[in-house]
Design a binder for this molecule. Structure first.
Ligand code: SF4
Length: 159
């Protein structure tokens, strides 16, 4: 995998990275998505890696049931017309998803991070596609939508 690092990033600058891409076992299934090519590219650029897992930061356990956004996706979740739910067992995890997203945004602000390198297709970290009603659809996850709205660019990593 080739990872493109935006050329306006300066050595020493902080970037957010999905924890699972760094090898942390934070995924819903207890696994990770360690991506050495990403870590190498960020190190070569001299960037400061800030590891974040929005779902864990929001208080969810690992492993945890897979979650999906209701129709309308992340913008509807933030607009309070859709929820984030798990199927097995059925639960509403909207608050945890939103709290995790807010925690990530606070970290971005505290560290001055302008970019996030996030695992694609996640209901939190996805930026091009996310999980809506059990299917992959175009659009960001809950955390990426908030970061985009606050001016943080999210770069999709397809690990
Ligand atoms: S994709 Fe995002 S929310 Fe999911 S495990 Fe990785 S860091 Fe956590």
């Amino acid at each position: 995998m080739k990872v493109e690092v935006p050329n306006d990033l300066q050595p020493g600058e902080a970037v957010l990275v999905s924890a699972c891409l760094l090898g942390e076992e934070t995924r819903y299934d207890g696994g990770h998505k360690k991506t050495p090519a990403l870590v190498d590219a960020l190190h070569q650029a001299g960037l400061r890696i800030i590891s974040v897992c929005p779902e864990v930061l929001g208080g969810l356990p690992t492993p945890r049931p897979a979650a999906s956004l209701e129709k309308g996706g992340a913008s509807a979740v933030w607009g309070a017309s859709a929820r984030v739910r798990t199927k097995e067992p059925p639960a509403d995890v909207t608050e945890e998803f939103q709290n995790g997203a807010r925690a990530v945004l606070e970290m971005a602000k505290a560290e001055g991070a302008r970019y996030a390198f996030f695992q694609e297709r996640s209901p939190s970290c996805g930026s091009l596609q996310t999980n809506v009603e059990g299917a992959l659809v175009d659009g960001p996850g809950v955390t990426s939508a908030l970061l985009f709205a606050e001016g943080v660019q999210v770069i999709a990593i397809n690990a």
